[in-house]
Design a protein around this ligand. Structure first.
Ligand code: EPZ
Length: 426
């Protein structure tokens, strides 16, 4: 497995192009199953998770043509699901990528049946899918859990329903939205997730002929249609990659323009970064990020569903706070086990104490390079960020998680002056 060797202490200067959002592209690819006429997606990032989703769609009978996006950004995918050859999302693919569960809604809505492996827990927490199942049951699907698989059936099609989510779930909202697009009658989703990725999915479904109102608010109304047609849709910029590189620039004391980034999509994180002393200036192509003056200040943060501070930036923000003045309290409210980066950051000299869902970070002058390793995507990238700012050499081992969610990370950082190389082993 590859590893990254980083010699820290070099401020980042230059520009970084922001890729299409992984977490928007994955549900959009699943939405390709809803139409017999095909779906063209532009600005799809070239990532391991996208390859896993392509493999899954292939198993179900779809064909995927992938070529460089004509605009020069990412890949263009043409997904064609004229007919299904299987309704099963097998364990081997689902265990590699939880987002596989997003094929459940489209399969049941268009094909009347689905057999999807239960994803099970993962490094960051238990992560049940009960809300995905609840939504489909409300729409009339019969669901059985058998031998580790979700067996869902709706031979006469799904019916519009009122689905009140007891808690906010991005994935359950996406599955329900896709299923409702082809259900008979009106579906109302209450306490729906409001993430930009939901708005992007709704925009794509609308371009395919779905009737959706309220995406981006907590109440989404969908009037079901009998079929969807071909559409061409461009994936939004990755707000988590944006936030990650903004933090990289701030942590190393650099000055970087994030090209194609959407500052509005990270408004909560941007406000926190500004409180800490980071300056963010909109430009014609995105925004510039730099440290306003000297050492940053410690700022408390709590993760929340959108529009709150994203859990997917929590580890990176913690890396930023390790060298801030004073103390910062970081509270994780979305996932129960998302502090795997803490012991690794501590090995680099960070002073962090965890009490339940909160971590108290007391800033130190400087981190020191060390060999480190993490077990999820965002924790891994937080160690890369720490390595960029640390004195000496950091080896980030087992970076396969990084490749699931960050496109050409070492090339993008290297182009801004980071001393970072990928090497085999680790
Ligand atoms: C999405 O996961 C993202 N993944 C995650 O990004 C992100 O961390 C998460 O949303 C929160 O923003 C994709 O979009 C592919 P949820 P998802 O359902 O949809 C609980 C990354 O690093 N819950 O909003 O799986 C759940 O356990 C990844 O890119 C239930 O209890 O997240 C969690 O505590 C990691 N029952 C909370 O809700 C359910 O049926 C929010 O999860 C579903 C969720």
């Amino acid at each position: 497995m590859d590893r990254l060797r980083i010699r820290g202490g070099k401020p980042l200067h230059g520009e970084i192009p922001i890729s299409g959002a992984k977490n928007a592209a994955l549900p959009l690819m699943a939405a390709g199953l809803l139409s017999a006429e095909g779906l063209t997606l532009d600005n799809v990032p070239d990532l391991a998770d996208i390859a896993s989703m392509s493999q899954l769609l292939g198993v179900l009978g779809a064909t995927i043509e992938s070529k460089p996006d004509p605009s020069g950004r990412g890949r263009q995918l043409l997904i064609r699901a004229d007919r299904f050859t299987s309704f099963e999302a097998p364990y081997d693919i689902v265990r590699k990528m939880r987002a596989s569960v997003l094929v459940l809604g489209p399969l049941v809505a268009r094909g009347g049946q689905a057999r999807v492996s239960l994803p099970g827990g993962c490094a960051i927490g238990n992560r049940p899918v009960d809300l995905h199942l609840m939504a489909l049951e409300e729409m009339g699907a019969e669901i059985l859990l058998e031998a580790g698989y979700i067996e869902a059936r709706a031979p006469k099609g799904l019916k519009g329903a009122r689905v009140a989510f007891p808690m906010v779930s991005v994935g359950a909202t996406e599955n329900a939205l896709m299923a409702a697009a082809l259900a008979d009658g009106e579906t109302v989703l209450l306490n729906a997730a409001r993430e930009p990725e939901i708005i992007d999915l709704a925009a794509c479904l609308t371009a395919m002929g779905a009737k959706i109102e309220g995406a981006g608010t907590d109440t989404i109304r969908v009037r079901g249609v009998t079929s969807l047609h071909h559409a061409r849709h461009t994936v939004i910029a990755d707000r988590i990659e944006t936030g990650t590189f903004a933090i990289a620039a701030a942590l190393t004391g650099g000055d970087v323009e994030l090209v194609g980034a959407d500052l509005e999509h990270i408004a909560a994180a941007a406000a926190i970064l500004e409180d800490a002393g980071v300056s963010l200036t909109p430009t014609a192509r995105g925004f510039r990020v730099a440290r306003a003056n000297g050492r940053l200040e410690g700022v408390d943060v709590m993760t929340e569903p959108y529009p709150g501070f994203p859990t997917d930036l929590q580890a990176q923000f913690m890396a930023l706070m390790t060298t801030a003045k004073g103390a910062a309290m970081v509270t994780e409210t979305i996932f129960e086990n998302r502090f795997m980066h803490v012991p690794e950051l501590a090995r680099m000299g960070a002073n962090i104490n965890v009490h339940g869902a909160s971590a108290m970070i007391r800033g130190v002058e400087r981190l020191k390079g060390a060999p480190v390793m993490a077990t999820d995507l965002r924790a891994s990238v937080s160690l890369v960020l720490a390595g960029l700012a640390a004195e000496g050499e950091t080896l980030v081992n087992r970076i396969y998680h990084l490749d699931r969610g960050y496109e050409r990370v070492e090339a993008k950082l290297g182009a801004c002056g980071a001393d970072i190389i990928r090497e085999p082993g680790g």
